[in-house]
Design a binder for this molecule. Structure first.
Ligand SMILES: *Cc1c(COP(=O)(O)O)cnc(C)c1O
Length: 361
C-alpha cells in the first residue's frame, strides 16, 4: 500500500484536461500576471464565498499581511489570536510591528476560546484574528459580538477553511476581512503559492488592491508603501479549473471524515459543532502515546503529520513576548497528543480501511 497524505496526483489526473487547457491558454497568450484568468478567479471566489470582494494574492501569508496593512495595524497595536496555529498568523502580526496577544483554545474544536478573549483586551487592542483551524470555522458570532462591543476589527484566518460553512454562511464571509491560502496542500490548492483576501467593505478592498501592487494608485503613481502581492495567471487558471469540482470534493471529504469517525476506536476523534460544515483541512486524532503511534504508522507506510508540535507562545521567535510553559494549558496539552491522518477527496476506501485497521490495532 502506497498511501499519500494528500493525493494531489490523483486529483490532477482526474482534472488534467481542464487544468492543462487553462495552463496552455496562459502560455499561448503570454499574459502571465493579472489578466482575465485572475479577474475570473476573483469573480468565482466572490460567488463561492458570498463575499462582495475577493482579491487574489500571492499567498496566505501575504493575504494576512495585506489585511493587517489595510486596517493600518502597526507598532504599538495589539492583535488577539490563538497560539495553536501555523506560524504565519502571529508572524504577520509581529511583522507589521504589532504585538500578538494569545488566548487559549477550546479543547473540543481547537479554535480560539472566545470566552477568554475579553480579559485580554486593552486600550491597544485593534483586532481579533481567529483561525478556522483544520477546516472548521471558529466561533465567529461570539467573536464578532466582542469585537463590536470593543470597537475592534475581526480578521478570519481562513487558510484552512475556504468552503467551510457556519450557520448557513461560508467561511471568508463572516468578518471584516478574511484571508485564505491556496498552498497546494490546503483544501483548495493551486500549483505553487497563492491566496486571497475577502471583504464586504469597498474601502478596505480598494486599499488592499493598492497595497498588493506596490502602493500604486495609477500606473507608476505611488501613494502608499506596498508589496508585490499579486497572484500569477497560471495559478489562477489552475484554481478556476479546480473550483468547479470543489463542492463535490468537500462532500467526499465529509464522507471520508464520517468513515474515520465511525470506525476509529479508543482515540479522540475530531469534534465538529452543530451548524458547522468542516472542509477537513486536516483529520486530527488525539492518542495516548503519540510517539509510539507515529512510529507504528511509519512502519505500516501510513503518512502522518503533527499540527502543531510547538505552540506559538513557546516558539523561540516569540521569546520577547515573555510567555512561559503553562500559560495556555489546553493548547499545550493538545499539542502533545494530536496527530493527523491522510485526508483528501482522493483517499480510496481500501486505503482508508487499511489506515483504520492499523490505528485500531
Ligand atoms: C497555510 C497557512 C497560512 C499561510 O498560507 P501560505 O499560503 O502558506 O502563505 C496561514 N495561516 C494558516 C492557519 C495556515 O494554515
Amino acid at each position: 500500500m502506497n498511501i499519500n497524505f494528500i493525493n494531489l496526483q490523483g486529483q490532477y489526473q482526474k482534472y488534467k484536461q481542464e487544468i492543462d487547457k487553462e495552463i496552455h491558454e496562459v502560455l499561448d497568450t503570454s499574459v502571465y500576471i493579472g489578466g482575465n484568468k485572475v479577474t475570473k478567479l476573483e469573480e468565482n471566489l466572490a460567488n463561492f464565498s458570498g463575499s462582495k470582494h475577493a482579491i487574489a494574492c500571492s499567498s496566505g501569508t501575504d493575504a494576512l499581511l495585506l489585511a493587517l496593512m489595510a486596517l493600518d495595524i502597526k507598532s504599538g497595536d495589539e492583535v488577539i489570536t490563538t497560539p495553536f496555529t501555523f506560524i504565519a498568523t502571529a508572524e504577520m502580526i509581529a511583522f507589521v510591528g504589532a504585538k500578538p496577544v494569545f488566548v487559549d483554545i477550546d479543547e473540543k474544536t481547537y479554535n480560539i476560546d472566545a470566552s477568554k478573549i475579553e480579559e485580554k483586551i486593552t486600550s491597544n487592542t485593534k483586532a481579533i484574528m481567529p483561525v478556522s483551524l483544520f477546516g472548521q470555522v471558529a466561533n465567529m458570532d461570539e467573536i464578532n459580538r466582542i469585537a463590536k462591543k470593543h470597537n475592534l476589527k475581526v480578521i478570519e484566518d481562513a487558510a484552512q477553511s475556504f468552503g467551510a460553512e457556519y450557520k448557513n454562511k461560508k467561511s471568508c464571509n463572516l468578518s471584516d476581512i478574511a484571508t485564505t491560502s491556496f498552498f497546494p496542500a490546503k483544501p483548495l490548492g493551486c500549483y505553487g503559492d497563492g491566496g486571497a483576501i475577502f471583504t464586504n467593505d469597498d474601502e478596505i478592498a480598494s486599499k488592499i488592491r493598492i497595497f498588493l501592487n506596490h502602493g500604486q494608485s495609477k500606473r507608476y503613481i505611488h501613494s502608499h508603501i506596498g508589496i508585490n502581492g499579486r497572484l500569477d495567471s497560471i495559478q489562477a487558471g489552475v484554481l478556476n479549473a479546480k473550483l468547479k469540482y470543489y463542492n463535490e470534493e468537500i462532500e467526499k471529504r465529509q464522507s471520508i471524515a464520517n468513515r474515520y469517525n465511525n470506525s476509529l476506536k479508543n482515540i479522540i476523534t475530531p469534534f465538529v459543532e452543530k451548524n458547522h460544515l468542516s472542509v477537513w483541512a486536516q483529520y486530527c486524532i488525539r492518542v495516548k502515546d503519540r510517539e509510539a503511534m507515529l512510529e507504528k504508522c511509519a512502519k505500516k507506510n501510513i503518512p502522518t503529520g503533527v499540527y502543531y508540535p510547538v505552540p506559538l507562545h513557546l516558539q523561540e521567535v516569540f521569546k520577547y513576548l515573555n510567555y512561559k510553559e503553562g500559560d495556555f494549558p489546553v493548547t499545550e496539552k493538545v499539542s502533545k497528543d494530536i496527530m493527523a491522518l491522510p485526508m483528501s477527496a482522493f483517499l480510496t476506501e481500501e486505503e482508508q480501511d487499511y489506515i483504520i485497521k492499523a490505528i485500531n490495532e
